[in-house]
Design a protein around this ligand. Structure first.
Ligand code: XIL
Length: 391
């Protein structure tokens, strides 16, 4: 556990009482996890509007930017950010120009913050938070609990006698570190699944297998106790794969009902939008799900919007149209069912997207998954988002 003073002075800190045990060997470096704490980076200077790089194709010169359109109705537009933010000034200008909200693509995940069992390394996360605060953007926290970002040593601990303590410590320490500075936390990310990887619509994760379903409620309680001001979200992709959607929907609704019945501090559902050009969104199911979520009084944010296009034709115009059509259909249903308070894309420009890395095209071309292309010019996806945000 870090002290208040450590929390304020920044950088990495060693977890108390753990110095004796040896470091686990780790093989994953994509999220920037390090076994030795890096030096604290220089503070991030705000980007003045005059420093905007000339971008290839402004959507409509003189038009309001997405953040301005969103804020007219008290809403947010934002994007997931990775380290390239700090090395690419043109991209940074685009982010500052368009976004009034952001989320770290990896820097607040377990793997980044916990390089080994004894260290909480907040260096990377701090840097993003300083950036967003310097530019008046709200910051979402992503994510306190996610099966997709753990280390083997943590999974071992989750099977041992101290399992609840280690589970709660991580949540409490990270949430407390940023107390009062995070707009909304994805407290539990992607807990739902279907088929043989699921039990009653809940993913058979290391958390479910060792702690039982109650891990979800406990995570919300602990996060809220450590940082009462932030909004607390469940975050999940529901409709990317039509075949798994019905079971995930029933798992999610049952979970929300039981959280609310138990008085757990859950405030919203983050509807990830990792869509695919080759799969239709099951819109009737999406509609009825969102109606029920709204009826429970939940906020709805669209949290991780992008479109996988590895199977779409090569021609950029055709691809851009397919991508934009998917986004339009998906957002139309969200709007019909009470709308959203925040819309975030997972990345902002095709220059940097996990889709190119995780789901590469056979023809070697880059994904065209996001509102802005590699040259930072606006695409049809941008127009759909802009229309959707316009009050
Ligand atoms: C992805 C990132 O984009 C990758 O760079 C990372 O290495 C793995 O995670 N759903 C989520 C996100 O909730 O955290 C995932 O992000 C994408 C799917």
């Amino acid at each position: 556990m870090i002290s208040r003073r450590q929390a304020l002075t920044g950088g990495a800190c060693v977890a108390a009482g753990a110095a004796a045990a040896s470091l686990a060997s780790v093989g994953w470096s994509r999220l920037g996890a390090r076994s030795t704490p890096p030096p604290t980076p220089a503070p991030v200077a705000p980007v003045e509007p005059s420093a905007f790089a000339p971008l290839d194709r402004l959507p409509d010169p003189g038009a309001p930017y997405l953040k301005d359109i969103a804020s007219e109705s008290g809403r947010y537009f934002g994007a997931a950010l990775r380290d390239t933010l700090f090395s690419d000034p043109d991209f940074r200008s685009l982010v500052v120009r368009e976004c009034n909200m952001a989320v770290c693509e990896g820097a607040m995940k377990f793997k980044a913050i916990r390089p080994n069992p004894h260290v909480y390394d907040f260096t990377a996360a701090d840097r993003f938070l300083e950036f967003t605060e310097a530019h008046g953007m709200a910051m979402r926290g992503h994510a306190l609990v996610w099966h997709g970002s753990t280390w083997p040593w943590f999974e071992e601990q989750l099977q041992g006698p101290d399992k609840w303590r280690v589970f709660e410590d991580h949540i409490r320490t990270v949430a407390a570190r940023y107390r009062g500075r995070i707009h909304s936390w994805d407290v539990v990310n992607e807990p739902f699944e279907a088929g043989r990887y699921a039990r009653n619509g809940i993913r058979r994760s290391v958390f479910l297998e060792n702690l039982g379903e109650d891990y979800i409620r406990v995570a919300f309680e602990v996060a809220h106790d450590a940082d009462p001001e932030s909004l607390k979200f469940l975050n999940e992709f529901m409709f990317s794969w039509p075949q798994s959607a019905p079971e995930k929907v029933s798992g999610a609704l049952r979970t929300l009902e039981s959280l609310l019945a138990a008085g757990a501090p859950v405030h919203g559902f983050g509807l990830q939008g990792h869509l695919l050009t080759q799969a239709e969104v099951p819109v009737d199911l999406q509609r009825s799900f969102l109606q029920e979520v709204r009826a429970m009084g939940m906020k709805v944010y669209v949290t991780e919007l992008d479109v996988r296009d590895a199977e779409a034709p090569q021609d950029p115009q055709t691809r851009d149209r397919l991508v934009a059509d998917r986004v339009r259909t998906f957002l139309d249903v969200v709007e019909e069912t009470g709308g959203y308070e925040a819309l975030l894309t997972w990345g902002l420009s095709d220059r940097y997207t996990w889709v190119s890395e995780y789901y590469p095209r056979e023809d070697g071309g880059r994904a065209r998954s996001l509102p802005f292309d590699e040259g930072l010019g606006a695409k049809p996806f941008y127009n759909v988002v802009r229309e959707s945000l316009t009050p």
